[in-house]
Design a protein around this ligand. Structure first.
Ligand code: SF4
Length: 445
């Protein structure tokens, strides 16, 4: 690792190579519906859905196809066509998982949606529409938005933060969303403010996205229906990590969340900008979440792009659409390079939380094997939560998961900074994941 890298990176410094230039200026292109889609019944945190359709049923784009009474979010048909049944598909994080397969009707017309006036709806009616549309957090683990916004009446909130940081290198889907749908993001912010019963929203955007900042500010200035809501844009320093809920809360408000409590305990709800646009679609257009913008990039792909794709589209279909891969392709990662998961096949469907797929060439990856810890302490210095990734066994022995006094391993949000700076190339995020699983298993005993 060079001295320059170490000088800029520790304690959330600037990432040395953002690598967003391949796609940040590319307008979103709509990919035609593939011949079939595979919808994981469990797309995110929470319970898996149960299908409400049967094999050979005809479905129309946007129809409800699976739901759950437990913590979760319903699924809707991304295409019009015929249900083929339940088949296993490879999930990048959990391995083989059941998915509902729908064969596309190539003759079907795309479904259209018309806007309606949301301001007449009550808070409960808005919340019901958000829940029915199957919206989950689109920037991370995918927590169901309807549940997150159902805040108990005794919780005192004052600030909504929209997370437009998109600090992971390579990814530009949120960036393009803010540039191309700034008005919907601002309108979606007001919908969330009404649901939460507060009037202040700050949209945090890193300074390396000046076009997004300008478009959002224009949308706010031209908004003739402010109705007492105060939505502002907060340009943020470019650093990694900036986009986790804890980091952006501190950057925007200066407040830090103590370990073991939710952000609402310090008066804040954080929502991703894309989730906010999905809430606009659900409430104003009546459109469920079944398609999203995904960044497909890296020097291993012939034609990098920001594509609007149906949830359930196979990555291999996208690769065919984009003209294939280059001979230099060495690694495929679902998600960003810091927090994503590398995969061994392209036969993997896009989910509601897939923000990017990277096709990395040989000169974009590091294949050095990892070595024993040399106790340099770089990982301790860089961790934004003040954790000691090199001492993970101590956490496990002490059973320190989420802790109200000090931060424990459950506070690790897997930003990957520790692994990135480690000169011995140790897979510290994987060690933290193992520690989380081990402490959780201990607690269950
Ligand atoms: S321990 Fe977790 S939060 Fe800390 S640097 Fe490593 S991945 Fe990031």
């Amino acid at each position: 690792m060079s001295a320059e890298t170490l000088a800029t990176f520790p304690m959330g410094g600037v990432h040395p190579r953002e690598a967003k230039e391949l796609t940040e200026k590319l307008a979103v292109e709509v990919m035609p519906a593939p011949s079939e889609v595979r919808l994981f019944l469990k797309q995110h945190v929470g319970a898996p859905c149960e299908p409400v359709v049967n094999k050979k049923d005809k479905v129309t784009e946007g129809d409800l196809v699976a739901s759950t009474e437990k913590l979760g979010a319903p699924l809707h048909a991304p295409v019009s066509g015929t249900v083929k049944g339940i088949q296993n598909a490879l999930h990048p994080m959990v391995g083989n998982a059941p998915s509902l397969v729908i064969a596309t009707d190539p003759e079907a017309e795309p479904r259209t949606y018309s806007p309606s006036d949301w301001t007449r709806l009550s808070k409960d009616e808005l919340l019901a529409k958000i829940k029915e549309a199957g919206i989950v957090g689109m920037g991370g683990a995918g927590f169901p938005a309807g549940v997150k916004l159902s805040v108990r009446p005794d919780v005192k909130l004052d600030t909504l933060i929209l997370n437009g940081a998109e600090c992971e290198p390579y990814l530009t889907s949120d960036h393009r969303l803010m540039v191309e749908h700034a008005k919907e993001v601002v309108e979606g912010a007001k919908i969330i403010l009404k649901v939460l019963g507060i009037n202040y929203c700050a949209i945090g955007v890193e300074n390396n996205k000046p076009e997004a900042i300008a478009k959002l500010r224009d949308a706010i200035a031209q908004d003739t229906g402010k109705n007492g809501y105060n939505v502002v844009v907060k340009p943020l320093k470019v650093k990694y990590p900036q986009g986790s809920a804890d980091q952006i809360m501190q950057s925007v408000t200066g407040r830090a969340r103590p370990s073991g409590v939710r952000s609402s305990a310090i008066g804040i709800i954080v929502q991703n900008v894309y989730t906010t646009k999905a809430i606009y679609d659900a409430v104003v257009l009546g459109k469920p979440l079944y398609e999203r913008i995904v960044t497909f990039t890296g020097k291993g792909l012939k034609k990098p792009a920001n594509l609007m794709v149906r949830v359930g589209t196979s990555i291999s279909d996208v690769v065919d659409y984009l003209g294939g891969t280059t001979p230099d392709l060495a690694k495929v990662v679902v998600g960003g390079p810091m927090m994503g998961f590398s995969v061994s096949t392209l036969d993997i469907p896009i989910t509601k939380t897939t923000s990017g797929v990277l096709f990395l060439a040989k000169d974009e990856i590091d294949t050095t094997p990892y070595y024993p810890c040399i106790r340099c302490g770089f990982c301790v210095g860089v961790c934004p939560m003040g954790l000691e990734p090199n001492n993970v066994s101590v956490y496990v022995e002490a059973g320190r998961g989420e802790d109200t006094e000090q931060f424990g391993v459950d506070d690790c949000f897997e930003c990957g900074s520790c692994a990135y700076v480690c000169p011995a190339k140790r897979p510290l995020v994987q060690f933290m994941r193992l520690a989380k699983a081990s402490i959780a298993a201990k607690k269950r005993k």
